[in-house]
Design a binder for this molecule. Structure first.
Ligand SMILES: [Fe+2]
Length: 307
């Protein structure tokens, strides 16, 4: 059963979703059942290594079918093909059946997971490759609040236009594929192009009392030496939107604020099921371009760029 994104119970995994704030109009309030996490997950083999043929085509079919049903329930633009929500370029024409398109998508997803160069992503932390190799060899990534490596899973979240995730850090790697719309973000990156930014802190992050999120970095706390160098070495940066059909890789400990723009979006994510969240007070006004986090200049209340 699809769930309202604001009512995801504790044992669900999108902890950021609970803190998503509504920035748009009333359109989605009348039929919220299509929003939120699709009720199916593909679990990675927890003991590694990750097989070359993971995930299976059948698992991907089930996930994309469940996603298509939830997407179509909202009557959103670009409906599913034969009930499957496929990204652009897969099954667009009658020359390729949905089955053939999913098989091809599955192959591309497996390849792009392993090929950082193909993702063509700037501002990667130096730890990206070793983070990925850890997952591929052990089936786990990063660490939970007790310091133990975490298993990963693939899920899809459907978000309406003009939704904002609070700033957060990642306890595990993540691989995101945009199925619809675009994933936009302001990311903590180096402010010296000759020196890639090292991850400020990789965890373990303390679990918050409600158990749904971890306590993320506090960049405003000048007494925390883990972040003392950020104003000199880091800045906030608007990244290129990750359009439908494109991929984004996040390293363990990477920090950003994500949001949707004027399009409804569906996002497939390989992740550990929990984020280390930050309050607005912790975002760190001393870090250059912190005003980017306000996002006021991105959209107005109707999801259109401000003039
Ligand atoms: Fe994220």
């Amino acid at each position: 059963m699809a769930r309202d994104i604001r009512a995801i119970p504790i044992n669900r995994t999108c902890n950021d979703a609970v803190s998503i704030s509504m920035c748009g109009g009333e359109r989605n309030e009348s039929n919220p059942s299509w929003m939120g996490w699709v009720d199916y997950a593909i679990h990675a083999p927890p003991d590694g290594p990750i097989p070359e043929d993971w995930p299976s085509v059948n698992e991907m079919k089930v996930l994309l079918k469940a996603t298509g049903e939830q997407w179509d329930k909202g009557g959103l633009e670009s409906p599913s093909k034969d009930g499957y929500l496929l990204p652009p370029g897969y099954g667009d024409s009658d020359d390729e059946t949905a089955d053939e398109a999913i098989r091809r998508l599955c192959g591309d997803w497996r390849r792009i997971l392993r090929n950082a160069r193909e993702r063509d992503q700037p501002d990667m932390y130096p730890s990206a490759e070793s983070d990925l190799q850890e997952f591929l060899s052990t089936g786990k990534s990063g660490c939970n609040h007790e310091g133990a490596p975490m298993p990963l899973k693939i899920q899809v979240v459907i978000l309406p236009k003009n939704r904002v995730f609070g700033a957060h850090a990642h306890p595990t790697i993540e691989l995101e594929l945009t199925l619809r719309g675009a994933l936009r973000e302001v990311r903590l990156v180096t402010n010296d192009a000759s020196k890639p930014l090292s991850v400020p802190h990789r965890g373990p992050w303390e679990l918050r009392p409600e158990g749904k999120t971890m306590v993320g970095p506090n960049f405003a706390d000048s007494g925390d030496l883990r972040y003392a160098n950020l104003p000199n070495g880091a800045q906030w940066k608007h990244m290129e939107p990750v359009w439908a059909g494109k991929y984004l890789f996040n390293e363990v400990g990477s920090v950003h604020k994500s949001y949707t723009g004027p399009e409804d979006g569906a996002f497939m994510v390989l992740w550990g099921g929990i984020h280390a969240t930050m309050s607005a007070n912790d975002e760190g006004s001393a870090i250059p371009n912190s005003d980017f986090l306000n996002l006021d200049h991105i959209t107005n209340a109707n999801g259109e760029p401000k003039q």
